[in-house]
Write a protein that binds this ligand. Structure first.
Ligand code: ATP
Ligand code: MG
Length: 158
């Protein structure tokens, strides 16, 4: 489906904002839109749910989770940042591997299977986008992904 990503993203964030039990502040840096992209709404909801769940799971009480949407030449760049414990530099790339958990003891306590981001990577790539992470231990983590702008059918203008 061709979807306005701005509206779609706000709807997902709203759902988390209503459900969250932690004292975490959401900050939205999202332009008014619309920003059209072609996506499978169920699959993209699953991807974004996992990224936001991770951000909440690893956020300290009183922390901020920041949502950023940036239109860049032929794609939309999306970022979800938290102020959690972060991920050791050597492991940042590995979080997209199946069953990878950054820290065995910590992750056991936190629950989860370690599949969420591996699935996210597959799905983002299937949508023609990229996904990556930047993290600093003790400061927080940002997950970035891109989605191509919907390319309009060439018109029949002679
Ligand atoms: P699942 O999503 O399958 O329930 P999970 O959350 O452990 O389990 P992923 O979402 O794939 O799995 O994340 C993989 C690992 O990456 C996590 O176990 C955690 O160690 C690390 N990680 C992911 N997001 C963050 C984050 N925002 N802050 C710190 N570590 C993170
Ligand atoms: Mg997860």
């Amino acid at each position: 489906d061709i979807v306005d990503f701005v509206k779609f993203f706000h709807r997902i964030i709203d759902r988390f904002e209503l459900m969250k039990s932690k004292d975490v502040q959401f900050i939205r840096q999202i332009p008014p839109g619309p920003l059209y992209t072609e996506l499978d709404m169920d699959k993209m909801t699953q991807v974004i749910d996992n990224i936001i769940s991770n951000a909440l799971k690893y956020s300290p009480d009183g922390g901020n989770v920041r949502f950023t949407v940036l239109p860049e030449d032929d794609h939309i760049k999306i970022a979800v940042s938290d102020e959690g414990m972060g991920i050791p530099e050597a492991n940042v790339k590995r979080i997209f591997e199946r069953f990878y958990r950054a820290d065995k003891a910590r992750s056991r306590a936190m629950g989860g299977t370690g599949l969420g981001l591996a699935i996210a990577k597959e799905m983002i790539q299937a949508h023609g986008g990229h996904i990556w992470a930047e993290s600093e231990e003790g400061k927080g983590t940002t997950i970035f992904f891109t989605l191509p702008f919907e390319v309009e059918e060439a018109g029949e203008w002679d």
